[in-house]
Design a binder for this molecule. Structure first.
Ligand code: KG4
Ligand code: ZN
Length: 331
């Protein structure tokens, strides 16, 4: 091989993932085991369960990534592994496994910050120059950062409570969408997006949070409680029991999706203006990268596109398989 090869290992949350990438960004092979189905059944991630599933799968996943790449472990130049942030029990499995491998193979170890990996992933598919803005929105992440270099980040805003995907998952659960014939196999966020298309966002007036806060932080738990209250009222009005699907579920989905999109767009708009005022971003053609599971929501993307169009910025999203947790971004 002409190029140096890195094995990347990711176990920070509920995906056991590994990949081999060369120094020019070519992906030689990847493998992944998702625990989503198990966690969907229990209504959320139970850390010891996640840990056990990582333990059961890590060896096989790493082996698969290597064999798909058609390389032997001795050909690796280094092993890169997520060390933070994430669930401690989950992170521990990847770290323990990697350190054993490092010891066995006598290879260098590269500790990886999970959020930095997410933020830099766009550089695998697009020729993006520093500095650029990144908005990471998923079930576990919500942050807005200025990326000035491979290890130079300025955190501009974060969620003060839960992440948007977590909020959408909770609302979907509260609406019992898992029992909805069209949405039963979808993640909460995807189910909300699907149902929202059939709903009217004007039927419920739910205000975006933090309208007066002069910063770029986010908040989603107030929104979740407002939606909870609306659902409770509707359940009374429609005379249905907890667990049944409301007639107004689609309208509620449309309202929560719209308010989420507005909130994300407004905070991002502030961040762009702030960076431009201080010359932290170029005045024209600055790049906003949006990544994470929630970034696959087309309504939310549209709202962010309105912001980037109005501020002469370009909106970029990594392809969906690179938006969510994966081994490639770590490698
Ligand atoms: O990045 P990801 O796969 O995992 C982490 O959370 O790290 O993101 C999953 C989250 C879930 O909360 C899921 O409900 C949400 O992303 N999500 C969506 C959509 N697809 C997945 N949220 C809104 N719209 C979607 N289409
Ligand atoms: Zn992640």
């Amino acid at each position: 091989f002409l190029h140096k090869l890195v094995l990347g290992i990711e176990t920070s949350c509920d995906d056991t993932a590994a990949a081999v990438v060369d120094e020019t960004g070519n992906v030689l092979g990847e493998a992944m085991h998702s625990q989503t189905e198990v966690h969907l059944k229990t209504g959320g991630i139970i850390p010891p369960v996640a840990q056990q599933l990582h333990r059961e799968n890590i060896q096989r996943i790493v082996q698969e990534a290597l064999s798909v790449s058609r390389i032997s472990p001795s050909e690796l130049s280094a092993i890169a592994t997520t060390i933070k942030p994430g669930l401690a029990l989950s992170l521990g499995v990847g770290l323990t496994f990697s350190l054993q491998l490092v010891d066995q193979l006598k290879k260098p170890f590269i500790p990886i910050h999970h959020m930095e990996a997410h933020a830099l992933t766009i550089r695998l598919t697009n020729n993006v120059e520093f500095p650029f803005l990144v908005l990471l929105i998923s079930g576990g992440h919500c942050l807005l950062a200025l990326v000035r270099g491979v290890s130079d980040f300025l955190l501009l805003g974060k969620s003060l409570d839960i992440a948007p995907g977590d909020m959408l998952d909770k609302v979907a659960r509260r609406l019992s969408l898992i029992r909805h014939p069209e949405c039963s196999t979808m993640s909460g966020g995807k189910a909300i997006e699907h149902l929202a298309k059939q709903g009217n966002r004007f039927h419920f007036d739910i205000k975006p949070p933090m309208q007066r806060a002069k910063n770029c932080d986010f908040s989603f738990s107030g929104l979740q409680h407002a939606i909870d209250k609306t659902i409770m009222q509707k359940e009374k009005e429609e005379g249905i029991e907890k667990g049944q699907i409301l007639c107004s579920a689609a309208d509620i989905a449309a309202a929560v999706q719209h308010t989420t999109a507005c909130h994300l767009a407004k905070r991002t708009h502030r961040a762009i203006l702030f960076c431009k005022q201080r010359n932290l971003l170029p005045q024209s053609n600055a790049v906003l990268v949006v990544s994470g599971g929630v970034a696959s929501n087309l309504y939310i993307r549209k709202a962010l596109e309105i912001v980037t169009n109005a501020t002469q910025c370009t909106l970029l999203c990594p392809p969906p398989r690179l938006c969510t947790d994966n081994g490639i971004m770590i490698a």
